[in-house]
Design a protein around this ligand. Sequence first.
Ligand SMILES: O=C(O)CCC(=O)C(=O)O
Ligand SMILES: [Fe+2]
Length: 378
Amino acid sequence: MATVTIPKIDISPLLDSASTGSEKQQVAIALLDAFTTYGVFYITSPTHPVFSSPKIAEILDATSRLFALDAAEKAHIPKIAPGGFTRGYVPIGGESGSATKELKEGFSYGYEWPSAELQAKLADSSLNKLQGPNSWPSQETLDRLDQGQRDAFKSTLQEFYLNVCQVAKGLLQGISLALALPEDELAKYCTSSETISFMRLFHYLPYADQGHAAQIGSSAHTDWGFLTLILSPCKTVGLQLFHDNSWHDVPSVENTLVVNGGDYLSLLTGGKLISPLHRVVSNGLEERYSMCCFYYPDYHSKIPLLVQEEFKGQAASGNYSLLRDQRSEEEVANDTKDHSADAQDARSVASKLLNGDINFGDYIVSKWTQVYRKGGAY
Ligand SMILES: O=C(O)CCC(=O)C(=O)O
Ligand SMILES: [Fe+2]
């Protein structure tokens, strides 16, 4: 396989309030190059906790302990459900971006609302469809996962999520500068992003089918949101990028995150910033863990008018999973008339997104329903 050199960018100036404009500009130049060449790159910042070896070891440890629970105990963790709000355990086969079975299990969690605020919001129905409580394992299971350190499991996961969101916010500044916009411009599209974005811990199982016809780790796709930030602390190769008509490994690099541009960001920039096609495959031997933060724009954000005009010609030619119907054929065939947004013709809903007639949040609800698969197993 031909190799590509995926850039590694030290984004420290974007995370440090004391950095100068020219330091940030340097990062912006590197980001622009990476986003317009591959849409994928590594980031690091030596003093930020997300990139520190002990913190990475902690989150990997928590993740592997969760997936090492036995089947009976996993069965008690609330499972994800269709409908956009994706929290809880993802059983093997419970989700796929294509007709192929994805050989992974996962756990999705996001913003942990202070309980009084959550109660108030539940009481006055002011939560949007992508907001709500996390679905943690039972207290008994959490106690076991804590290994004697009270609340260690949940606090490790929560701290990691908030820290990665902070890194994403730093990146927004750099991307704004890369696009010659004021540095706070893209943050305007992400005002409450951390309340609807979320983290997914994944455990990929090895499989022997190297043709990837019957099963795969994660089907070839582009990510729907603004940015995806991936920690992959295992040496096991799995993530691959489609570039120049072939697949290339994106190996794990110590103390870095992999960043993918998302479809929404790409659309927002008229396709200038790439939302890369990628997939996860198995080497046939080893399992793999990853922790992926899907950083979304604000629930209410729309594709702006300016971009709609500029983008009209290109949208159809793009390979955006956001705009494709990702339901399995079986699901499409069994789809009865009009039971929810997912019954609508995906193409007409996609054109509503491009025309600014539907906001990102309402649209994403139908996307999660498309990739949900009934009958996932433990
Ligand atoms: O696990 C990974 O490295 C990437 C997973 C991924 O691309 C996704 O879930 O969208
Ligand atoms: Fe992805």
